[in-house]
Design a protein around this ligand. Structure first.
Ligand SMILES: [Zn+2]
Length: 341
């Protein structure tokens, strides 16, 4: 027999509010909100309904809530629900627990979508948090441009972040990806995913430890942690070149000549190893009779329309690159889930 909720609890906001951290996971936010108010997490959970009183470990997985618990959490935090859902992706409808679930929260063994990545501790400190905070992101890494730090899902306590101040190419690559992201709107994720897939197929810097540039870092941190860092620059340039074609194609402005010339240009830029995967991508992205320029406007068209024209659904905010690419070669760029369990 399920416990009963004490509905008198969780109606009013806690004494102290918490500043949001971009990309934070629900589990991390709940933990920080409790700590900020000097409450044990269990005490706060009791105000959010009923469920398992397990140790809360936001570094391992995401916490999912029922509709009831989500509303109570918004009350406790002192923000409107719409604001909470905007700031914490894990509270969006697609991640709600099923309405017939017996509990109000759960911590599944793995996040259902996305990766748990440690937040930049300087960004967290600016929001009043000393202990590690955790993000839930579609990729297993995060670049803080403000503090020039790379964090990932390694959970290493010895090297919780990688300092990028001596790696300006990585900074530039992230800035380039951010610019492309703004320009491409909803198409950004699938263009990036296709670039990831092309990169994997070309074997580019698969073993960064064998290069002079990356060997010291690979020895220190392990090849698997250094690989995405070493590849990011090339990945951003590939994304830029795919974006050139895809923006014109989706806007209905790609002419036959522009389409034809693209392949040679891109192959020359990236080198022979990329020729075959670029060719395949190119053949799958011919000019469209009628584009879908609305995609780049403020109001993207419904997913069904996008899918019909582009062959891609509007991606969910945590969809992994592996689920979005229309090319076959992608494996996850860097899987280290549960390395330390
Ligand atoms: Zn930061």
């Amino acid at each position: 027999m399920a416990e009963r909720r004490d509905e008198r609890l969780g109606r009013r906001r806690l004494h102290l509010r918490l500043r949001f951290l971009a990309g934070e996971s629900t589990g991390s936010y709940v933990t920080r909100l409790a700590a900020r108010n000097h409450l044990p997490v269990e005490g706060m959970l009791r105000s959010m309904g009923t469920g398992p009183m397990l140790p809360v470990e936001p570094q391992y997985t995401e916490m999912y809530l029922s509709r009831y618990a989500r509303e109570r959490l918004a009350n406790l935090a002192g923000h409107p629900l719409a604001e909470m859902q905007k700031r914490l992706v894990g509270l969006r409808d697609e991640f709600l627990m099923p309405s017939d679930a017996k509990d109000d929260w759960e911590w599944p063994w793995d996040a259902r979508a996305g990766y748990i990545v440690q937040a930049c501790s300087l960004c967290a400190a600016q929001r009043g948090t000393r202990s590690p905070a955790w993000l839930i992101l579609p990729d297993p890494w995060h670049v803080c441009l403000r503090h020039r730090r790379w964090t990932d899902n390694s959970r290493s306590t010895q090297h919780p972040y990688i300092d990028l101040s001596s790696l300006p190419d990585v900074i530039r690559a992230q800035q380039r990806l951010n610019r492309l992201g703004k320009r491409l709107g909803p198409a950004a994720r699938w263009v990036f995913a296709d670039a990831c897939s092309i990169l994997v197929r070309s074997n580019y810097l698969e073993d960064p430890g064998r290069t002079e540039e990356w060997a010291p870092l690979a020895t220190q941190l392990g090849e698997h942690r250094v690989r995405p860092l070493a590849q990011l620059s090339r990945l951003s340039l590939l994304t830029r070149d795919l974006a050139w074609l895809e923006v014109r194609r989706l806007s209905g402005e790609l002419g036959r000549a522009g389409y034809r010339e693209w392949l040679d240009r891109a192959t020359r830029r990236h080198g022979f190893a990329f020729r075959e995967p670029l060719k395949m991508w190119h053949s799958q992205h011919p000019p469209l009779g009628r584009g879908i320029p609305e995609l780049f406007g403020d109001q993207p068209p419904p997913s069904s329309v996008v899918q019909r024209v582009t062959g891609h659904e509007l991606p969910s905010c945590l969809a992994a690159a592996g689920d979005l690419s229309c090319l076959p070669w992608l494996r996850l760029p860097n899987t280290m889930e549960r390395l330390f369990l």
